[in-house]
Design a protein around this ligand. Sequence first.
Ligand SMILES: CSC[C@H]1O[C@@H](n2cnc3c(O)ncnc32)[C@H](O)[C@@H]1O
Ligand SMILES: [Zn+2]
Length: 432
Amino acid sequence: MTTLAITGGQVLLPDITVTRADVLIDQDDGEILEIGDDLADDADETLDAADSLITPGFVNGHCHVAMTLLRGYADDKPLDAWLREDIWPVEAELTADTVRAGTELGVLEMIKSGTTSFADMYFFVPTIAEAVADAGLRARLGHGVISVAKDDEAAREDAREGLAVAEEIDGMADGRISSAFMPHSLTTVDGEYLAEFVPQARELGVPVHYHANETTDEVTPIVEEEGVRPLAYAAEKGMLESEDFVAHGVHVDESEIGLLAEAGTSVIHCPASNMKLASGMAPVQRMREAGVTVGLGTDGAASNNDLSMLDEARDAAMIGKLAADDASAVPAGAVVEMMTRGSAEAIGLDTGRLEEGAPADLAVIDLEEPHLTPRHDLVSHLAYAAAAADVRHTVCDGRVLMRDREVLTLEEDAVRARASEAAETLIAAAEE
Ligand SMILES: CSC[C@H]1O[C@@H](n2cnc3c(O)ncnc32)[C@H](O)[C@@H]1O
Ligand SMILES: [Zn+2]
């Protein structure tokens, strides 16, 4: 057994309290062996966490990681126009090579901001899986299925690809990669395909993940054409099971919050994307009070425009108060829980907490910074004041992915250069 001790830090425990302790890891099994005092002597190697906070690695519950290539490409538009006029025409030109370059850039950014796990819906998913495996992260990945603007055979082929990819990649990278069936949304995949293919996802035993109730433009047509709210429609299609998770959940009414709570379906809140696209304010406080598991996600870098979960946590706390018209709503402890265990539970990964036997997925935050001084409350600092650049070390599955800001699994300069080139190639192809 090879062991690593993370020493001298403060540790964020599962009950969202902080205590002074070392963390001892079994690097072969990728598990936490012990959290306690003076564990350095028991370890083969150490990682210094003096003046630092050791937190569970952050869990990004909803992303399109290769969209880093489109960061800053099309800003300041609402969702539907943004997708149809700018994003989808460019995405039509994606290749496995450009997706690899965008994914490497995205996972580099994640490692540098303390994220160790994420859920992702995109294209060229086996390529994304390889990049995630090489970078050392944990992820639940799926092919985004769309039927609009496709003929029947193309739509079926796309859905079949969604299932085939889910089967192919599940369990890759010693189990660090898992999969899901991912229809894009309730309005971009026709009901007949949902009815046909969702049961096949159940047979495969994978969860279903989709965008839901993100804008009023997505709610109105379903109410008008189906006569029910979108999440009641999703339930009719068999898409509201306890392992399923929806992204956004902005325009959900009380009946839909009740459906989510009853079914155990989770919601990934994406506050930055919801603000940037002016989609609306999700009723996070009400969903949490009703017992819905709420996680946090960045969405893609083109609608955020970064992949930092620390930014997302602050945004979630701020907009949560505004939405509830209550400064005590969505407090620091709630967003810290959402960015760790909440997202992990939502996307079905057994991580997001620091305790004996849990996966050794963690981030170490440097507290020796002016904006983290004084240290009245480290949970408050994590929610409101810490930034991506404060992350010192990142560890996933017991492996050190970043030590003292040096990423060990990716060559940072080369990744940035390849991504810049891929972005240029992509835009040039779209403008041809
Ligand atoms: C079919 S793969 C995923 C698909 O989703 C698009 N996308 C990115 N951000 C959003 C969002 O906020 N709502 C809906 N769809 C989004 C992405 O560009 C891909 O086409
Ligand atoms: Zn999305």
